[in-house]
Design a protein around this ligand. Structure first.
Ligand SMILES: [Fe+2]
Length: 197
């Protein structure tokens, strides 16, 4: 868990930045290692190992469909900063197998539907491990995942549902497939992707 002071620093940085690529429903800000040094110290993270540091706020229901943040050898950390009601990060029992140094990550999209104009999708040969050959079936679909077409969850199985708690750290290997849950209003979080080996 990060301290209230750290959360305040992150929220202030986010609220006072100017992002020219900002869209109506999503704001992103990439603070520098120097700007959030006190937060990294608190988390015992060395700035040189950080691949991505990003604060993001979105009201787009489809902002976080199933994907992996990066290849093998990285760890992701989500720290919820603000949200309303129940929000979860859903970890699937599937892994992106790429172990090159491509930090782009992977999108799992069996229908190949693009959710927005000019969206990039992963090539066909990058199939993650752990997929079944069955349609997605889970009692939590209606409550947590019905913002997604069920066809785009084909073969996935939920490993863990992690409810968001403000300032509490959610950690997983960056190559593990995960998605957001349904949410109300806006959600804001800090993402750090760091090299682990
Ligand atoms: Fe992610």
């Amino acid at each position: 868990m990060i301290s209230k002071d750290s959360a305040k620093l992150l929220n202030n940085l986010f609220e006072n930045h100017n992002d020219l690529t900002e869209t109506n429903n999503t704001k992103r800000f990439h603070p520098t290692v120097v700007e959030i040094k006190s937060v990294l110290d608190e988390l015992h993270i060395e700035g040189k190992n950080c691949q991505v540091i990003r604060i993001e706020e979105t009201s787009n229901r489809l902002a976080v469909p199933p994907h992996a943040d990066g290849p093998i050898g990285y760890e992701s950390m989500i720290i919820p900063l603000s949200f309303r009601g129940k929000v979860c990060t859903i970890l699937f029992d599937s892994y992106y197998k790429n172990n090159n140094d491509n930090p782009k990550g992977f999108k799992y999209r069996p229908t190949k539907n693009k959710y927005y104009k000019n969206e990039w999708l992963s090539p066909d040969d990058e199939i993650p491990s752990g997929l079944s050959n069955k349609p997605f079936q889970n009692k939590n679909y209606d409550k947590l995942l019905s913002y997604l077409p069920i066809e785009d969850l084909f073969g996935l199985q939920i490993k863990k549902i992690v409810p968001w708690q403000e300032r509490h750290i959610i950690k997983f290997n960056s190559n593990q497939l995960h998605s957001g849950s349904h949410f109300k209003g806006k959600k804001r979080w800090l993402l750090i992707i760091k090299k682990i080996f």
